[in-house]
Design a protein around this ligand. Structure first.
Ligand SMILES: CC(C)(COP(=O)(O)OP(=O)(O)OC[C@H]1O[C@@H](n2cnc3c(N)ncnc32)[C@H](O)[C@@H]1OP(=O)(O)O)[C@@H](O)C(=O)NCCC(=O)NCCS
Length: 179
């Protein structure tokens, strides 16, 4: 796939933007405040160190991966507040996978649905023919998001458990470009 834009609009009040070093404090605070909410399904919430030096170098790595076309990570911003993170991950020439997390104080308001819609559109516009959402079977919210956006549930597959809320079975959803 081609490189998507560094900034994407998501719905009327959300913006997705390539992270920069100056976002490290806000990003770390959002993760710390949401940790209990993230731990069940997001391995990084358990494994990543909480210090700012780590978060700055992680952002540097994200920027390098974005430049190299390996992984397109964005912060989710509402006005100027960082309220989550999301990504487009190229899988092969035709397929990309998307992922997202939302600050615990901003869930239940359609944020992830709007973000997933924007990431899906960006991946298709960057040349992907298929976009994938894959989530643990216990993560019902992610399944609702995929279904709501018109993804097709194509099956289940085993995965290694790396977070305590996981069952070890993933549900795979695909959205295929029609034009
Ligand atoms: C999963 C997550 C991204 C959802 O974010 P959100 O902004 O609250 O999602 P939305 O408001 O767009 O809601 C999406 C759908 O999920 C449903 N939903 C939300 N929480 C749910 C839950 N605990 N169980 C079942 N469905 C749930 C909503 O009702 C909505 O469905 P609807 O549109 O049919 O009503 C968020 O809870 C999160 O960050 N969780 C931790 C990280 C994570 O699991 N990321 C996904 C990894 S695959």
């Amino acid at each position: 796939m081609q490189t998507p834009p560094v900034t994407l609009a998501a719905g009327s009040d959300l913006r997705l933007r390539l992270l920069k070093e100056g976002d490290a404090v806000a990003l770390q605070r959002a993760i710390d405040e949401s940790r209990d909410h993230l731990v069940p399904f997001m391995p990084f919430a358990t494994t990543d160190p909480s210090d700012l030096a780590f978060r700055r170098s992680w952002i540097d790595e994200c920027r390098e991966a974005f430049r190299a076309g390996q992984l397109f990570q964005y912060g989710i911003f509402r006005t100027d507040e960082l309220i989550g993170g999301c990504s487009i991950h190229p899988i092969d020439d035709r397929t990309a996978s998307i992922g997202f997390w939302v600050h615990v104080e901003h869930v239940g308001q359609g944020v992830a649905s709007a973000v997933a819609a924007a990431l899906t559109q960006a991946a298709l516009e960057a040349g992907c023919e298929r976009v994938r959402i894959r989530h643990d079977r216990a993560n019902a919210a992610s399944g609702s998001i995929a279904a709501g956006l018109g993804y097709e549930r194509v099956g289940e597959e085993p995965h290694a458990i790396d977070a305590p809320g996981q069952t070890g079975t993933s549900v795979v959803w695909l959205l295929t470009r029609t034009v």
